[in-house]
Design a protein around this ligand. Sequence first.
Ligand SMILES: [Mn+2]
Length: 341
Amino acid sequence: MADQAFVTLATNDNYARGAMVLGKSLRNHNTSKKLVALIGPQVSEPCQSVLKMIFDEVRVVDVMDSGDTAHLAMMKRPDLGCTFTKLHCWTLTHYSKCVFMDADTLVLSNIDELFDREELSAAPDPGWPDCFNSGVFVFSPSVETYGKLLQYSTEHGSFDGGDQGVLNGFFNNWATADISKHLPFIYNLSSIAIYTYLPAFKQYGGNAKVVHFLGKTKPWSYTYDPKAKQIAGSTHEATTHPTFLLDWWTLYSSDIVPMLHEQYGDQPFHSGCVEFQHSEMVTFESEQVFAQVENFPSQEQVPEPQLSSDERKEKWEQGQADYMGVDSFDNIKKKLDTFLK
Ligand SMILES: [Mn+2]
């Protein structure tokens, strides 16, 4: 349908890479919908060119320059800058229905069936399931709704400082009014679920259709060796399941990097793809630490000191689990298996 579209948002070159991977993943799964990227004025020319190859429409949104109600809203609430840019998706009135997807999401199968849903449909947030997560939602563009959203934001602000707080405040009967507006969690799966409810992840994780790389460390924050198919980065901060992260990097390195190279030409740019120097792995002092990180070798890797069981428990309870090291999915599974036996 020509009047239905997937919409994403990139305010800088890093998020633009996420948007490229998302767009490509939608194409690879044969979506019949249009693809729209809203971008901030900071996105570089070469990145804009690549986005234009993947998306049907690339629209620069400059809230500060818009001279309309959005600009006025921005003057009152400068803290909500990115939020106002995201709300801009409601102005895409040449489409009757859209699905917004964060640039840090990845599609694993065709999800065109989401267009059977009505505004505002979204999946529960894993941290507070009576709120929806605003990384994936179905909406109907409307100038009227857009105006109301801007008014709501300036009057009430955002309880979490971002768009999710604004949208949950505005669509405040989502939790109770209409169950058909609750998207199944597999349309917005964040890895948090793996660590908070592992048996459910083992049971249903394989049905995931959309992965959402929630948290501070985004897929593009890592580096990747395409030959060795290995990822490096600050693994103790990781909030992502290694398999999904590898899916992201496989698609990015094979489909997106060649397009970026073509657009950047002679200009220097950092793709994030490097050949890891295995000779540099021997800088680790203890055999134990080495074993912990050997799947993610990198010259940037700083070995973490070994923690006691109590220290690890404390970190875990603070939400700082070492997801790719000692607290990895495999290790948790091993531990659970010993209980279940
Ligand atoms: Mn996100």
